[in-house]
Design a protein around this ligand. Structure first.
Ligand code: SF4
Ligand code: SF4
Length: 135
């Protein structure tokens, strides 16, 4: 997924909110890409973890919202333990998910899961998934 950045679209309020929610200092990241290289889910993401950080600190909320990456993130912490700067990317991913869910946007809606499939799905995974992906 390519992202074009036009001037004047920097969302400082978005940056402030994700800093508050994640507790992380976005400026710590120097874009080395080790997080993306070690992420087990990266091949399923349309934007790499490294790109999400860059978009986040630029305040490009719409570009992040258009991407599936934060929902694909499994919160496994592989990026966090390998980051040479001590940046906890999993907390940033969670902060972005929370901000989205607080707007009333559910990534997964139970009513959209076909009835015939509901009985087949592992119940623990269902509960866990709905907690993580719905507001
Ligand atoms: S590993 Fe750390 S410093 Fe490198 S791009 Fe990822 S978050 Fe930034
Ligand atoms: S926490 Fe998310 S972004 Fe980080 S390595 Fe795991 S799946 Fe990838």
């Amino acid at each position: 997924m390519s992202v074009s950045i036009s001037p004047g679209r920097v969302g400082s309020e978005f940056v402030k909110k994700i800093k508050e929610l994640s507790g992380e200092t976005l400026q710590l990241c120097y874009q080395c890409g080790m997080c993306s290289g070690n992420c087990p889910m990266a091949s399923n993401m349309d934007l790499s973890p490294r790109q999400i950080i860059e978009l986040a600190r630029l305040g490009l909320e719409e570009e992040i919202a258009d991407s599936r990456t934060v929902w694909i993130c499994a919160s496994c912490l592989a990026c966090t333990v390998t980051c040479p700067r001590g940046f906890d990317l999993s907390r940033l991913m969670e902060a972005i998910r929370l901000l989205t869910l607080r707007k009333g946007v559910d990534y997964v809606r139970p009513e959209e899961i076909p009835v015939e499939e509901r009985g087949e799905l592992p119940q623990i995974a269902m509960v866990s998934g709905l907690r993580k992906f719905s507001g």
